[in-house]
Design a protein around this ligand. Sequence first.
Ligand SMILES: [Zn+2]
Length: 409
Amino acid sequence: MSKLRFVNCLLISTAICFFLPSIAARGGHSDYIYPGDGNSSFHVTARNLFAQEETRPSLELTRGYMTNDDLEKAMKDFTKRCSKISRLYSIGKSVNGFPLWVIEISDRPGEIEAEPAFKYIGNVHGDEPVGRELLLRLANWICDNYNKDPLAQMIVENVHLHIMPSLNPDGFSIRKRNNANNVDLNRDFPDQFFSFNEDLSLRQPETMAVMTWLRDIRFTASATLHGGALVANFPWDGTEDKRKYYYACPDDETFRFLARIYSKSHRNMSLSKEFEEGITNGASWYPIYGGMQDWNYIHGGCFELTLEISDNKWPRASELPTIWDYNRKSMLNLVASLVKTGVHGRIFSLDQGKPLPGLVVVKGINYTVKAHQRYADYHRLLAPGQKYEGLMFFPHIQLKIRVIMFVSV
Ligand SMILES: [Zn+2]
């Protein structure tokens, strides 16, 4: 049996809070039928989140937003300008053949390191373009500030940040929610309760690209950016009986903590009159099935939030600088939470110095975090201010050890 040496076990956490003066979130309610499997016809309360509720925004409204070609050029220009800390890659193509571009930001872009990775995805819904604009701004802000701003520096040096401004360029080009095959990409993932199909080959190319991406890169956490409301949404998104109520996932406390980081760092999200603290459990708001968020947590080992960042899906382009200003700290703090909180470390055998990829399980939380196969680093996000008891399993050497983890405030 190998003796174990624990290296670099960081037990750090933080509580991040940027309260700013009150501005009420702009919300608008509408009751409508849940567009599910045909059997459900209960009413839910939500905002303009579904295609059938919408009229396409006028071309006039899209003025000032980047076209797909503009966005592609901006991403290429960015990786040229910031070549030291970034690279551009594509994870596949949309139905109409547009590349699904991603910018990776890191001090060692393209390399695998013993560090957590975070991904932001925007424009999952074609008619929600604010996220794609903000993500380009985020990349540029980090590039401009990583030598002078501690948060930007922390992200560049300790995280691999992957930014995909648009998952749905085809939907964007026709100003519609769904992709070119008229499929809602945020209903196209395998679902734990009601999967519409389990055949990977029948999934949309954009969905498949994301699923393959998560096999290639081990993301610790992520967020998708949507529009139509102002709230940070966390799992579960669906319930077993399709009714609407709070349905907590095993890491409910940690998800609430992450969602609060976003809402409380935001200019006005946490001041919401509708959502306490500006956060919500997905199923308690309105259940959905086949969403990307739950799939990430269940199958990708990735803690994903769904962020509704603008009540107005298509605000005038002149408002974008303000919306960016409202979201900037939130976006940065959420990424930085990967290194500021939770339990992280690497495990090596003492005799040969080989990385020992194990499994980390925290007592009372039915969820397993895997250490990296090659580097044996693990990143277990946990709500701060508590002592946790954990177990590490090393199936290949049939070893099980007990550890106490402190996650301080
Ligand atoms: Zn959306």
